[in-house]
Design a protein around this ligand. Sequence first.
Ligand code: AMP
Ligand code: ZN
Length: 463
Amino acid sequence: MRLFDTLTRTERDLRPIDGSTYRFYCCGPTVYGPAHIGNFRTFVLQDVLRRVLETGGTRTLHVRNITDVDDKTIRDSQKAGQSLTDFTRGWTEKFHADCDKLGLLAPHIEPGAVEHIPQQIEMIRQLVEKGHAYASDDGSVYFKISSFPGYGRLSHLDERELDLGKTQNARANADEYEKDSVSDFVLWKARRPEDGDNFWASPWGEGRPGWHLECSAMIREYLGEDFDLHSGGVDLVFPHHENEIAQSVCSCGGHFAAHWFHITHLLVDGGKMSKSLGNLYTLEDLEKRGHSAMEVRYVLIGGHYRKQLNFTLDSLTAAREALAKLAKGARHLASKCGGEVVLDSVSFGPFQAAWDSLNDDLNTPAALGGLFTGLRETSQLTGRDAAAALAGLNRVLRALGLSLPEEKDEAVEIPEHIRALAETRWQARLSKNWAESDRLRAELTELGWLMKDGKESYELSQA
Ligand code: AMP
Ligand code: ZN
């Protein structure tokens, strides 16, 4: 499989460094509210990457963290009058429930920042010892970016218009800071009154870790100094990932991630999502409007990850129709198998092009297109050929993480005259006019509709 790499700006092969397991890390959610569909664009694409690797026979080790302590979680837990632990537990559970509905595979390891305070303190200690970090008067500790010549390679800082002279001696203490300035960033934040109970002891006094540090510490704990791939939304390239590289390389040595996979942002109605504009959607918002999580997933994989994707409510309706069409095609193919079953096939048959698209820089829209083209090619297949094609289709669907709607979920339009015939027959049956009832049933069957009688009503289905 080939995938674009942010650092080298080239498409490169994905092969496990250790020759056996592809080990990758994704920056996870900050659990202070429900994740929005932009966040899920990133998580869904990371899930497709994993599924494609696994479908292609590569074992994976997927680590994704939970940010359960930072400026926002502390602020909002206090607003909610809850302890930080209770507050973040609730939002973590909500995140997991949304992930399940969207068909996201659970990461193999999902570490939380609070559980890894000692590892973060140890990393700061090493950075201070090696001259890459310094304590300020208030007891905070900063990373000294002038001590790391590699700073800025990932985000190609040298090509950007930054006033380095002006910003070099600046320091940033907030977890998130201006994207157009380069500054020493905080590793340990000295305790402030507004932190409430949320502080820990350290060699530099009470406080808590800076946001950028947790990923570096957890990566070292679970993946070591060199690992295969690191991923997040494109907003994380700078400064978050740049800072992670600085922290990890300067404290432990090693190369850190061999490959960087960044997902471009989701836009809504052509612009940035924001609460104030009323266009920030969560999965629950869309479910309340009658859409399924699979429809949302379909929309999210409907654009290439390196391009902006514009979400509209209409795109969900189009996704519903596309999923119904795929389901119908899959059922037709299944009906042609004549009892033959091919459980897993190494070839993809008519769905080879769809599979190839996934391996070519994770081109999900091309893969979706390939499913429809493949289905058209299968229309004449029967027996074992149909069964093999069905196995190929199912493999690509698995790689995309799509489950197709059951037949009953599809809204089958019953024509008015059929409905009228059925109603007349039901009345005949109720008045025990058996001959007329039988005649009308036969007429319905002739027209391709089956009428199943219940005690109090009936059901119509297509024959
Ligand atoms: P957060 O919970 O804010 O730390 O974000 C979780 C993930 O979602 C990160 O990888 C972000 O880069 C990503 N993300 C945030 N907003 C968007 C968006 N509009 N489209 C795609 N990914 C996003
Ligand atoms: Zn991170």
